[in-house]
Design a protein around this ligand. Structure first.
Ligand code: SF4
Ligand code: SF4
Length: 178
């Protein structure tokens, strides 16, 4: 299994592996692999990663993801930070009519302090779901995992460990430049 927690290494490797990852993603999309095997492998990999990767030592997603709150979440947050709901909404969010949700207007998230969330029990939808691997099958969310690869140690390590499990190193030789 491949585990990487260092943000600077992850960013560098994301640049280096860009083309390779595009090919890997394309092969997954074209059903080149057994999806049931992939889902089972990722479940096991994630289980092992949880023993080693600690979000409180990282906090990258709070500095980089688009923070999304739903209407009810925003009511709870306003109550928690003791701010008028309308004022909080105007100060920190923009309404996204199409999806009936609220997107934070700044990044990094101002509720993060030293990698930790100061409003943890009142955090938004996206904050709760990220990195998506807890309750969802990889085959349902793999595009998000590829998107998170340059930032999230979970996403990076899942993709790299999956490449290893699928012996992608050997397979890619026949696909590059063909
Ligand atoms: S979900 Fe990923 S990016 Fe966010 S804190 Fe945890 S390891 Fe870091
Ligand atoms: S609300 Fe908390 S979990 Fe969500 S982005 Fe901000 S600091 Fe991170």
């Amino acid at each position: 299994m491949i585990i990487e927690k260092r943000a600077e290494i992850i960013k560098k490797k994301a640049e280096l592996n860009k083309e390779e990852n595009e090919l890997f993603l394309e092969m997954i999309e074209k059903d080149s692999f057994d999806l049931a095997f992939i889902d089972e492998s990722v479940k096991n990999i994630y289980g092992e990663l949880k023993k080693i990767i600690k979000c409180e030592e990282c906090g990258e997603c709070c500095r980089e993801i688009i923070v999304v709150f739903e209407d009810e979440d925003l009511n709870k947050l306003a109550e928690a930070v003791k701010e008028d709901r309308k004022t909080l909404e105007k100060r920190l969010f923009q309404k996204y009519e199409k999806f009936n949700c609220f997107v934070m207007n700044q990044s990094p998230c101002p509720f993060q302090k030293e990698n930790l969330c100061t409003v943890y029990d009142y955090r938004g939808t996206e904050c709760r779901d990220f990195p998506y691997l807890e309750n969802r099958l990889f085959s349902e969310i793999y595009r998000y995992v590829f998107q998170g690869y340059p930032m999230c140690p979970y996403h990076f390590s899942v993709i790299e460990s999956l490449k290893e499990a699928l012996q992608f190193e050997n397979l890619k030789e026949g696909n590059f430049g063909s």
